[in-house]
Design a protein around this ligand. Sequence first.
Ligand code: FUC
Length: 783
Amino acid sequence: MIRKLPYILMLVFVSLTPRFVNSADRKSESMALLYDKPATEWVEALPIGNGRIGAMVFGRTADERIQFNEDSFWAGGPYDPVNPQALAALPEARRLVFEGKAEQAQKLIDEKMMGIPSAQASYQPVGDLNLVFNGHEQASDYRRELDLSTAVVTVKYKVGGVAYERRIFSTPVDQVIVIRLTADKPGMINFTAFFSSPQKNQKVEAARDSLILEVAGKESYGIAGALRCRSMVKIIPEKGKIRLEDNKLCVEGADSAVLLLASATNYINYKDTGGNPEAVVEKQIKSASKKPFEKILSDHIKAHQELFNRVQLDLGITEAANLTTDARIKNFAETKDPQLVTLYFQFGRYLLISCSRPGSQPANLQGLWNESVNPPWASKYTININTEMNYWPAESTNLSDCHEPLFDMIKDISMTGQRTAKVNYGAAGWVCHHNTDLWRATTPIDNAFYGFWPSGGAWLCQHLWYRYEYTGDKDFLKRAYPIMKGAAQFFVDTLVEHPKYGWLVTCPSMSPENARFDKVSICAGPTMDMQIIRDLFNHCIVSSEILGVDKDFRQVLQQKISRLAPLQIGSSGQLQEWLDDNDLDAPEREHRHVSHLYGLFPSSQINKHDTPELFAAARKSLELRGDGGTGWSKAWKINLWARLLDGDHAYKMLSSLISTGTYPNMFDAHPPFQIDGNFGGTSGICEMLMQSYSRFDNKKLSGEIYLLPALPKAWPNGSVKGLRARGGFEINIRWKNGELEQAEIKSLLGNRLKLRYADKVIETETGKGSVYRYDGKLNRVEG
Ligand code: FUC
């Protein structure tokens, strides 16, 4: 034993030292989530989606469950939740807050100022497609995988000497979920297919080779269900026959079979439910049936890879990668499995591609995937952090297209939010509070403590701006500017002068969802509001300059900005979360929300070079908050520590997110499942490797890029390709022994570039389409 010790130690050493594998000779398995057992729990099943229809595939041998969703299937119907009593109560609520009677203000808001109803609609599951394979209870050689690079789930196993295979995917091209069943011996495909649904209101029909499921959306807080979802599955067997039995289809003796599943609702937009899902589904099935399976598959893979392949990450690979994905997640704290981080990063990109494509609904709290008629937080859009976090990786990880559904939703709430601004506040412009739903409700909901926060819409508007910072797309800015302007107009009308400080503040408001000593959240001018409004006003000012419009409005905004409550450093050296300090940041120090750090990330108001004191205060705040939190809270902290340029602490948060906040199928655990942490994690990994800021000089956009700003010791060697940076750049970076080896920067727009690596700074003009190489010196190598 003693003699064997050095050998054992050497083995341990070898297995834990990252082996650097070039992307080129990496096995395809490395982009796959792999399992040796079927899913028993929903959070073990594997997600597929084409932006609009998604499914969780359990991979069970004898009773396969494919639980599916359609992204416009929600409870309720069009509604207008404004509260005509709210406006009259507003002056009194303000007076109470300013007189230090926040508790009474909160009570008044609960009574008079919340939405009617004070709750929003929930996202609904459609149903399950069940496939029963008699005799397949005992299987061997089982393997289940989700290949992120093809967006296909594959299940393989053997029964009685026959090898069976299922391939399942949801294609954006043909708008159907496709299931292909094969066996390595002819005539062995035998199964029974049927629909089921948790919806009360459901109807199933069967025809010669197809099944139909019709479900109706439930009532939502007094608003009748206005949606019906029609789903149809068609079975196309090769040889064999299909038999109809009750409302089930039995396939017998086929060589193989293809199942096409289509699903659609009558939702057209938030005020129109006059769609014809029967015709839509019929047409989708008809046109997909005409295409050979291989063509449907190759079109699907091509469409997926057009987005997915834009970014490659390599952090090395160790023996830890040889285990199944659930085991790798369990072991992560110990193994530090660098390839699992790559997988986690790419899984976030995969999820965004799968749940948010142009024309679809944006990613909700569960993305696209929900099995419950009463999902946690109604699986809606919580916009005091969660929805924004969903889209943090959209531009930086080169998935700008996937950002579109969010822009569409912002446009919708900029319309519905005008009613709320006018009726509830007597204000111009538009407002949205801390949540919205399919019907684009914008009033405050739940109760004053959680819901009375008027800055949700304004936060979402930053995403319109990000799109411009990354792409320089002026046509887009032209369309986005009126929406941003409307959000700003609301604050021009509703900011009030603080009687004690003289600053302009929001009132009543809150710092999501934190409270002070007295357990009252309602306050005036929380730090986060001031930061969001400052960003919004500045973005409107620059946009109006670029577009050459609204000189007068610009001046109004300039004046207001100079009067906004400033960022303050409190008695513990922390960035104050509220206007008053009194060390009030203390009581809920470990609260999961870190709202006042919005200024550090996603905003860049606080950064090392321009605001060193606030930068130090933000660090202090984060230290005081600690490293705990829900999935999304940890994910936010990865991004924050990265912005604080502390790679090892960012890594610590990432490690905690992966090892304690991740289900076996890699979904983020709030807990329960909430998808924001996945997207925040992907964004955080990106921020560790590259950060970018935009600058404006005389209306001209330029970019400032940090290479490897927060590289942790855990990733000494690696490379990343295809990240996008503000100012219009595409970046490849390679590093070795913890040092930058080479970076390649493609200038997509020909803008000026400021490059930072460690303490080196280089500035240059760039040519549109030119490629620059940095390896200590900067050279133009192409174009
Ligand atoms: C906010 C958070 C909760 C949860 C919910 C959906 O209210 O405070 O943690 O994420 O949104």
